[in-house]
Every structure is written in C-alpha cells, then in structure tokens.
Design a protein around this ligand. Sequence first.
Ligand code: GAP
Length: 513
Amino acid sequence: MAQQSDQFKKVISHAKEYGFVFPSSEIYDGLSAVYDYAQNGVALKKNIREYWWKSMVQLNENIVGIDSAIFMHPTIWKASGHVDAFNDPLIDNKVSKKRYRADVLVEDYVAKIEAKVEKEVSKAAKRFGDSFDEAQFKSTNPRVVGYQEKAVAILKRLGQSLEKEDLVDVKALIEELEISCPESGSRDWTEVKQFNLMFGTKLGASADSAMDLYLRPETAQGIFVNFLNVQKTGRMKLPFGIAQTGKAFRNEIVARQFIFRMREFEQMEMQFFVKPGTQKEWYEHWKETRLKWHKSLGMGDENYRFHDHDKLAHYADAASDIEFNFPFGFKELEGIHSRTDFDLKAHEEFSGKKLQYFDHEDNTSYTPYVVETSIGLDRMFLAVFSNSLVEEELDNNTTRTVLKLPAVLAPTKAAVFPLLKKDGLPEVARQIIEDLKWDFNVFYDEKDAVGKRYRRQDAAGTPFCITVDHETLDNNTVTIRHRDTMEQQRVNISELKAIINKEVDAKNWLTTM
Ligand code: GAP
C-alpha cells in the first residue's frame, strides 16, 4: 500500500515536472480538484480523444458524432432525474469536521478486506509454488472464504440501503463496522444526508429575468435531446449510435486522487439506440468491444476487470464498469449501461414532443432502448500515464525514468538532435523536422549532451530520438533510437517517416483489437 502511494506521488510530480498536468490557478494556491493540462498533457489528451473517436465514430458507419452545448434547458435535468436523484450520501465527522461520502467509507472498508484476501493468496502462492491453484484456494480456505463472504454481505447491504434511500441504515452500517474518520480517528458521525452534485448558474442579465441553469453533469443528455434531429437528418436506421466528447461538471465532495475525480472533467460518451428487446445482446457487445479497445493499447490485460453493478442507477436495467488497476488499486474507468427507454421517454413526457422511431420493416413506431458507453477522458489519461511511468535499472547500475506511453498516444512522436551545434548538423536536423512535422508532432533539441537529451525524451514519453552526426553529411543516414529498447539503428533519412508511422499509426493499434 505504502509502495503504491509512493508510485502515485511520483505520477503526480512527474506530470507537473514534464509539462503534462498543473494544479489550476497555482499562483493563487490552486483550486481543489481542478487541474490544467500543460503543453504535453494537452497533446496526450487529444491523442486519447482521437483514438476513441476513431474507433467509435470513424470506424463505425452506424455511429455519428455531435457536439452539443454545455448549457441546456433546465427542464432536461428534471426529466433525466438529475435534479431529484443525482445525489451523493454524505456524512460529517463531528471531531475533524471533515465531510465524506458514506458509501465510499464503506467501500474503502471493503477494499481493506479484499486486500487481506490478496495477501493470503500471495502468501499461499509462495508456499505452494507451481502447484498453486488460486481459484481452489479462494473457494476452500476458511479464512479467505470468510473475508469474501463478509465483503459481499457488506456491499449487498450498502447497495440495498442506498437503493431504498435508507440513509439511517447506511449510518448504522458505518457504526457497526466501527469505521472511524481517516483524519481524526473519531467514530462520532452526523446523520447521512443526500447532496446534489450539479453546479447551478444563471442565464440572463437582470436578476428578475435570469434563468437558473445547471452546468451539465454528463454529456449524454445532449445526445438524447438530439436523438430525433440526428436520426432524421442522418436518415439513421436502428441500431445506430451518437457519440460526443466534452466537458461535464460535478460538485464532487470527496474530490481526490489527482485527476481521477475532478469537479470539471471531460467525458467521451456514446449512446447506442436499439430495438426494444435487443438491449441485452448489445450491452454484451459493447462490454466486449470496449474492453478490447482498452486492451489494444497494450497496458496489460491483467490490469482490467469488469465490475457488474448490483446497485443500479435509476435509469438502468444492467450496468458494468471496466475497472483499471490505478496506483491506488482497481477503480472505475468506464461505465457500460443499458439505460432502457428511460431517457427518451422522460424527455417525451417533459417536452411534450414525440421522440419515437418509425421502423419501416415492422411498420410501427416505438421508443428505442439505449446502451451507453461512458468513459472519463481525464481518468483514461491517468490510467495511461500512471501505467506508463517506470523506473528502470540499467546495466551500468544507473536508473532511468521512462514514460512508456503507447506510441500512438505519445504527445511527441520523435525528437531530432544534431550531435553538435556546428558543422552544418543543426541545419540538417532542422530540415528533418521540416519534413516530418506535416505528419507528426516532432521536437528539436540541441542543448546538453546527447545522453541527457535522450533521458529528457524518455521521461516525456517520446518513442523515437533521431540523431544527426557527421556521417549524416556523407551518406544521408541518421541514428534512430527506440525509447523502450534504447536500441539504435542507422537508417537513411528517407526511411524515417515509414519507421515512425509503423509504430504510431492508429490502424496498427486498433487492428490488434
Ligand atoms: N452518462 C453516464 C455517466 O455519466 P458515470 O458513471 O457517472 O456515468 C462516466 O460517469 C465516466 O465519467 C466514469 O466512468 C468516469 O470515467 C468519468 N467520471 C465520472 N465522474 C468523474 C469525475 N468527477 N472526475 C473524472 N471523471 C469522472
């Protein structure tokens, strides 16, 4: 655990030091849970967004994109259920005066039980060696079985209490489990209360006529209210999808863990409209497709798992999270939700406008069902960034810090160095930059010894470094060094584009899916 949090601290400081993520308003001491993306961060974020867009929109002829406004008519949030039900159950500790999400306190308690299970498993794996059967051990070892049963029972009770809005029982659960405030150690808690997460604002100049608005807490509703516009103008036939990326805002009370939980963040969502009755099969399809997308980035299949929900949101008939192994453990990265016809029906009712699909094959009109995939771009950024940051021991007893970003996502694809700042080498390096910059983000660097320049690019995640030396002047060849293997190859300048392209081309990554 201590090791994990050290790794997480390294992630945060590396993100700042190498120009990926800065705390917002830093010269004014920052703004809690709000962050700015810096010069490298913005490029990594853009590349993640494009990788998603390509796989969802460009490669699927039945999915189109939109970009709806952040401001929306306030009744939309009444219809969607956010005004009444987009709440977190909060509890205050009377001694520390700190506010917590009651469900998170219980989930953290369960995570500790799960950590005990993992500890028992790794102890047993060492004891039994190659003959160890993890599944059998987990289902037969009495202590482990006991831990697992306890964890399941706690989560089940939490889920049921939240479902029934029985906040008295949520508090009782916290007391029975003897959960204390992480800060003060006190078990003196207030009642659990619901707190709405939407940010309010006003539209209009005068106080009398101003209209109360909300900053959208999800991008999905912009898709639902445009469903018929897109269907009609695009002459879309079911099943079809509408995708969008954009900012969402939530007044998260327990905003922590860097860019994992922010108050202003970006979502990449896709609503897939299907014929009623087929939603289960599309739900399974999108679960599988989205997991494949994640795995295509090569960040370790063992770092993903599904978490199927027992406690369903007000709109869903099935829901699952793709969880990723962040430096602080497995947590939600993406949600796949079978949202039924809840949203379209609600918007029909509140707007008084029909939002139905006319099925020419059946000659009937009906409200489509929806399967949604929803991923936080910032959370994906954190998954990629934290997974890529490694300290490597080298043969000469030194270490190097290297950001092994999937090359398709790397902010800079190649750095070009003249070995020396003279003899015409900078001019050749500049010419290479001129040629490559039309296709790739490239970077010129002539400062410090080449070894130091390599290290700087390793730490920024640049997959290739190209060095121009005196031999270049004779035969037009350069060295190209690979970030991960540190191997160098001598190649002709005319080959550079193809070598880089082979490694960074999204097609090569997405076709491994
Ligand atoms: N339209 C469905 C929806 O918004 P959600 O599970 O509340 O579902 C979807 O959010 C995704 O958005 C999450 O899986 C997560 O990646 C991201 N997300 C949610 N809240 C976030 C926050 N406060 N900060 C960063 N990302 C967040």
